[in-house]
Write a protein that binds this ligand. Structure first.
Ligand code: VG1
Ligand code: CO
Length: 544
């Protein structure tokens, strides 16, 4: 029996870069999650007989919201719900399941790399039938609906579904299938990559690795694929059991939060490759023995070597990167004679390019890389493509990197994050920066002269949709660049991201330390944006 629950709108249910993210306590308010989910159901395209996929990264509050979402899906006329066992589905696995089973969409419950637990973060993301994040037109419609919503619907009984047991049950007239969270995804990976070559390299001892699942969702996936199917020894996957609070850590695969892995990779005991993934399994960190590969470089190196994996042996159709991502991938696209696309931040902007066959590989500087195999970035996919390349070439990561730089040049790169700054102050900083843009060209900061400066706007080449205010770009005459933008995934105040990039041609300085190479740009960023004056911060909280 359907129950109609009267409700009133909440402010601020606007999905950000990747879904609605708030503190758990915010989500725990009566009707809060329900209002958002009902708004999704009210605006989503879902023909009669539709299937909905539900899964999450295992964080605190996952199971509560899943139980409620099942009750609501039944009341809203879905024919079938597919939910990962234990309520688990990594973001890329959810994308794959949506596509494979022809679902009309999916709810992914995650706040990604943000910490979890009763006092930390939760999130809900809606993906559409192509498996990708809802595009802006859809998130705007969802938001508009949250502002007028006056009721949500549920049937009793969905909370009785045993999420831990694979099998089929019914809630109202709807079928609920609890599915193996890993099997479909693992099978897809086995189709894409040369598993026999990787297995042989592992068996011979030539290829060793350490994978840090950060107590987040990739644990079961990595164990099955790396230890189960590829033969890496037990223990290769560290922190492999998903915990509701990620063991109290940030499941953010960067040099700060994966410091232990970094330490190992810089030590004499380092295996061939070290890797990590984030809360929901869509990000990847790659560290070779003695060398950290920036995500922007990883995108470029993967693209340049992708033909070594069976799925990409026929070549790439194009490479897409988010605007703040370094231009290293563009150089590869040029060499391959394929298009290079520049999109705003967030995976949702890659969907149209992938669907239209204009790009095969996409990436973001924030440790997200993926391809047209799903419509999300995919942490383990990137790790497996690296393993495939290492197994086939027999070269260490360091050699792949130095050869790449010798051929394409090197983009020294870093991102400086100023976290949890006062929102009003951050907005004043960005407004002042924007106002200064017309006067910047021609100005010099140390040895750097501004060639152009703008606020990045994007017109989607496939559907013509426009996205404005996607970040301030300051381009220098020498080819260096600084980008300033505010994060759209935080849950506390504002986070200012400053992206720094300096290009050295193949005959330039290719083997320097990044901080030294970026020192002039860091000083210029401060002079241009007045970060200390506006925020009181004299150093970033996180450098990635
Ligand atoms: C950040 C990253 C962006 C990424 C997004 C979601 O967004 O910069 O590249 O797509 O997180 O990733 P923002 O707006 O905070 O800069 V995830 O792994 O958190 O879903
Ligand atoms: Co993520």
């Amino acid at each position: 029996m359907t129950t109609t629950v009267a409700t009133t709108p909440f402010d601020g249910q606007m999905p950000g870069t990747s879904g609605l993210r708030k503190k758990v306590r915010v989500f725990q308010q009566p009707d809060y999650a329900e209002n958002f989910i009902q708004s999704v159901f009210d605006v989503a395209e879902r023909p009669a007989g539709s299937t909905l996929v539900i899964g999450g990264d295992g964080r605190f509050y996952n199971r509560t919201v899943i139980a409620r979402a099942i009750q609501m899906a039944a009341a809203n006329g879905y024919a079938r719900v597919l939910v990962g066992q234990g309520g688990i589905l990594s973001t890329p696995a959810a994308s794959h399941v949506i596509r494979k089973y022809g679902a009309s969409g999916g709810l992914i419950l995650s706040a990604s790399h943000n910490p979890g637990g009763p006092d930390e973060d939760f999130g809900i993301k809606y993906n559409i039938a192509n498996g990708g994040p809802a595009p802006e037109a859809v998130t705007e419609a969802i938001y508009a609906r949250t502002q007028t919503i006056d009721r949500w619907l549920m049937v009793e009984g969905g909370d009785a579904v045993d999420l831990d047991r694979i099998g089929t049950s019914h809630v109202g007239g709807m079928v609920v299938e609890v599915i193996d969270a890993v099997a479909d995804y693992a099978a897809l990976m086995e189709e894409l990559f040369d598993f026999p070559a990787i297995r042989a390299a592992v068996a011979s001892g030539a290829l060793t690795m350490a994978f840090d699942a950060m107590h987040a969702v990739t644990g079961p996936y990595a164990r099955e694929i790396l230890e189960g199917r590829l033969g890496f020894p037990a223990g290769t996957v560290r922190n492999g059991v998903p915990l509701e609070d990620f063991g109290g850590h940030h499941p953010d695969p960067n040099l700060v939060h994966a410091a232990e892995l970094y330490g190992l990779m810089m030590s004499p005991a380092a295996p061939t490759i070290g890797a990590a993934s984030d809360g929901d399994g869509d990000r990847n960190l790659i560290i070779g023995r003695g060398v950290f590969i920036t995500p922007s470089d990883s995108l470029a190196m993967l693209a340049a070597n992708a033909h070594l994996a069976p799925a990409y042996a026929g070549g790439l159709k194009g490479i897409a990167r988010s605007m703040p991502t370094s231009t290293a991938a563009d150089k590869v696209a040029e060499a391959l004679g394929i298009p290079a696309w520049e999109t705003p931040t967030g995976w949702k902007f890659f969907g149209t390019l992938l669907d239209a066959g204009k790009a095969t590989i996409c990436g973001e500087e924030s440790a997200g890389t993926g391809s047209d195999h799903v419509r999300e970035k995919d942490g383990l996919w990137a790790v497996l493509l690296w393993l495939n390349i290492l197994a086939v070439t027999g070269k260490p990561v360091m050699q792949i990197a130095t050869e790449h730089w010798a051929r394409f040049g090197r983009n020294y790169y870093a991102r400086h994050d100023y976290e949890a700054i006062d929102t009003a102050k951050a907005n004043v900083l960005m407004a002042a920066l924007e106002a200064s843009l017309p006067g910047l060209p021609g100005q010099s900061f140390g040895s750097l002269t501004v060639a152009a400066a703008d606020q990045f706007a994007y017109v989607d080449p496939v559907d013509g949709s426009e996205s404005r205010n996607q970040g301030v770009r300051v381009m220098f005459a020498c080819g260096s660049r600084i980008v300033f933008r505010l994060s759209g995934t935080g849950t506390e105040g504002a986070t200012l991201r400053v992206y720094l990039e300096r290009y050295e041609a193949p005959d330039g300085r290719l083997a320097e330390e990044t901080p030294a190479m970026l020192a002039d740009l860091i000083a210029a960023a401060e002079a241009i944006a007045g970060i200390a004056a506006h925020t009181g911060r004299t150093a970033p909280d996180v450098v990635t």
